[in-house]
Design a protein around this ligand. Structure first.
Ligand SMILES: NC(=O)c1ccc[n+]([C@@H]2O[C@H](COP(=O)([O-])OP(=O)(O)OC[C@H]3O[C@@H](n4cnc5c(N)ncnc54)[C@H](O)[C@@H]3O)[C@@H](O)[C@H]2O)c1
Length: 325
């Protein structure tokens, strides 16, 4: 069994990164966790306490050199990015610097410091509008239609190239619509579940809205499943050489159904404002997770409904805290 001495987690104050650190810490209590984050979207209160933390950017090569040479991480979990499709549409240059240059800088340092495997957070957005549902990695070639999708995609062939050219082992995990505790819904770029719950529990100044008629559907993936996939990718015994895997539940839920379930589990009514469909929005996403299942032994351990209940429980706690303080 692999028990690493040290791992490096980028974006450790973000939604997925902070959930990852908590679970990893519980499963590997003796491993030293080193983290880096610049708090551009991450939050200080999400930062796990028991890690060695560097505040700074993955675009700062001098800082990266210092971190890699002082700690010699065996595995790198690369979550840091400037996310969200709509933010990238507005800021293509800034996001390209972080999402492409930052990733290559991390790969270069990993190559130079004998990292055993580099685990890259890719995204379903690389598919653009997938032609075949459920989407299989082999049947749907990447065809990104946004700067974010292109940036996330570019990281993948870079990972593969670092494996082929330098022998650094790498793997790309394509997450589909991640949700769960720790995902705040208070930014204009928030995803639908967190944005709706935020209006129900935390701020009723914003009105929840729905773009289109709600029959569009997504393969929503509970965050613990993504965390588990990352740990499985670390433990995989053979080389992965840049292989890419879909990570999702493998089923889709439409937004009207999401609304119904939120109302049922919360006992509150979502008064949703209808808006015109978002330009260029993909109608449906649904992953075929057969490859991850077969090679990594990945199973979505938490199903969509259970994940939604956990997420609502977290918003309920936040509401209580905010009322107190
Ligand atoms: N949430 C999703 O639905 C989803 C879907 C597919 C892929 N992903 C990918 O998963 C990863 C994590 O996403 P998330 O949802 O947790 O987003 P997030 O915004 O919560 O986390 C990203 C973290 O990276 C940090 N960061 C940004 N730029 C940085 C820089 N230059 N240097 C250091 N740290 C920096 C941010 O401060 C933040 O803490 C990203 O790579 C994202 O592209 C997310």
């Amino acid at each position: 069994m692999i028990i690493p001495k040290t791992i490096l987690v980028t974006g450790c104050a973000g939604f997925i990164g902070s959930n990852f650190v908590k679970t990893f810490r519980a499963r590997y209590p003796r491993t030293k966790i080193v983290g880096i984050d610049d708090f551009s979207t991450g939050r200080k209160d999400a930062l796990p306490k028991d890690i060695t933390f560097y505040r700074g950017s993955i675009t700062d090569m001098r800082l990266l050199k210092r971190i890699f040479s002082s700690h010699r991480p065996e595995y790198v979990f690369h979550f840091a990015a400037r996310p969200r499709v709509s933010y990238g549409v507005l800021h293509p240059a800034e996001t390209t610097l972080v999402n492409i240059y930052g990733t290559v800088a991390m790969l270069e340092q990993s190559r130079d410091h004998d990292v055993k495997r580099f685990i890259y957070s890719s995204s379903s957005s690389i598919y653009g509008g997938a032609k075949k549902l459920p989407t299989k990695e082999s049947e749907n070639l990447p065809r990104p239609v946004s700067p974010y999708g292109l940036q996330k995609y570019t990281g993948e062939p870079f990972c593969k190239m670092f494996s082929d050219l330098y022998g650094l082992d790498t793997v790309s995990l394509r997450y589909f619509n991640v949700f769960g505790p720790g995902q705040y819904g208070n930014s204009p770029y928030s995803t639908v579940i967190s944005a709706w719950l935020e209006t129900l529990y935390v701020s009723n100044r914003r009105k929840p809205f729905l773009e289109g008629n709600g029959t569009q559907s997504r393969d929503f993936c509970y965050v613990e499943n993504v965390v588990d996939a990352n740990i499985r990718a670390m433990r995989y015994a053979k080389r992965l050489n840049g292989e890419a895997f879909n990570i999702a539940h493998g089923e889709r839920t439409n937004l009207l159904e999401v609304k119904k379930l939120i109302e049922k589990y919360s006992g509150r009514k979502l008064n949703i404002e209808k808006r015109p469909p978002r330009l260029g929005d993909v109608r449906h996403t649904q992953a075929d997770i057969g490859k991850a299942r077969k090679m990594l032994g990945y199973r979505p351990r938490v199903d969509f409904r259970t994940g939604l209940r956990h997420t609502i429980a977290w918003f309920t706690e936040r509401e209580k805290k905010e009322k107190k303080g």
